[in-house]
Write a protein that binds this ligand. Structure first.
Ligand code: TYD
Length: 227
């Protein structure tokens, strides 16, 4: 039933870059693969994303935030992830339910059992086969993310720079609780997680990721090399 791989990590860990590199390599090797992200990935999910990040929404209650992330996830699972896994393909997702436990649970202090119940409803219990955690010091990650934004000059960059302010603007202590939360989650399910240092050249991280993913690929039918 396909292979489901997620990427997690704090801000500025480079996980979106790594997700893309893995996607491109798998595609070049002829594997059926899709890359998606949370929140978003579907038309409805992208609309929910806009509500979540809107700078004007300072009054958003933590419950609302939790349910909106979960609603976007429910749509993504039912519209894209499950159908693609059912065809036997590989799904790569930039963030998934673990982010809700880390950010809304450990970060905002929402009850973890409650989050588990909401997540089970949203996903129908679908969990990744493998979760790649890109490990970076919180302050270094936030510094990288800021630097990245300042370098961006492409059209639409202003919107991209502003997009995540509502969530990014949370203080350092919040981001530190999030990372401590990720470590708890890893300890609970060591078999599912792989922790990789993001403090290495991009290519070195990509090679380590591929080495972790390769053993899972045996049952996936290849379409024949496209390179
Ligand atoms: P995004 O711009 O995709 O940044 P990143 O590159 O860090 O993934 O922003 C996603 C933000 O949403 C990020 O701050 C984490 C947060 N988030 C949650 O708080 N809960 C969730 O369930 C998910 C999926 C993301």
């Amino acid at each position: 039933m396909g292979v489901f791989i997620t990427f997690e990590g704090p801000e500025g860990s480079g996980k979106s870059t790594q997700a893309r590199l893995l996607y491109e390599r798998l595609q070049a090797e002829g594997y059926p693969v899709i890359l998606t992200r949370e929140p978003g990935g579907t038309r409805i999910g992208e609309m929910i994303r806009r509500i979540l990040v809107d700078l004007r929404h300072t009054e958003m209650a933590p419950t609302t935030e939790t349910l909106l992330f979960s609603a976007a996830r429910a749509q993504l699972v039912s519209e894209l992830i499950r159908p693609y896994l059912n065809t036997g393909g590989i799904v790569l997702c930039d963030r998934y339910a673990d982010s809700t436990f880390a950010y809304q649970g450990y970060g905002l202090g929402r009850d973890l059992d409650e989050l588990q119940a909401i997540t089970t409803v949203a996903t129908g219990g679908l969990m990744p086969d493998l979760t790649l955690y890109l490990d970076i010091d919180v302050e270094e990650g936030l510094r990288r993310k800021r630097a990245q934004r300042e370098r961006t000059t492409a059209p639409g960059a202003a919107a991209a720079r502003a997009e995540w302010n509502r969530l990014d603007a949370r203080d350092l202590a919040y981001h530190q609780r999030v990372v401590a939360g990720f470590f708890e989650l890893m300890q609970r399910e060591p078999g599912r997680w792989r922790r990789l240092s993001a403090n290495q050249p991009v290519e070195a991280v990509a090679a380590q990721i591929y080495a972790e993913v390769e053993p899972l690929l045996a049952p996936v039918p290849r379409l024949g090399s496209m390179v």
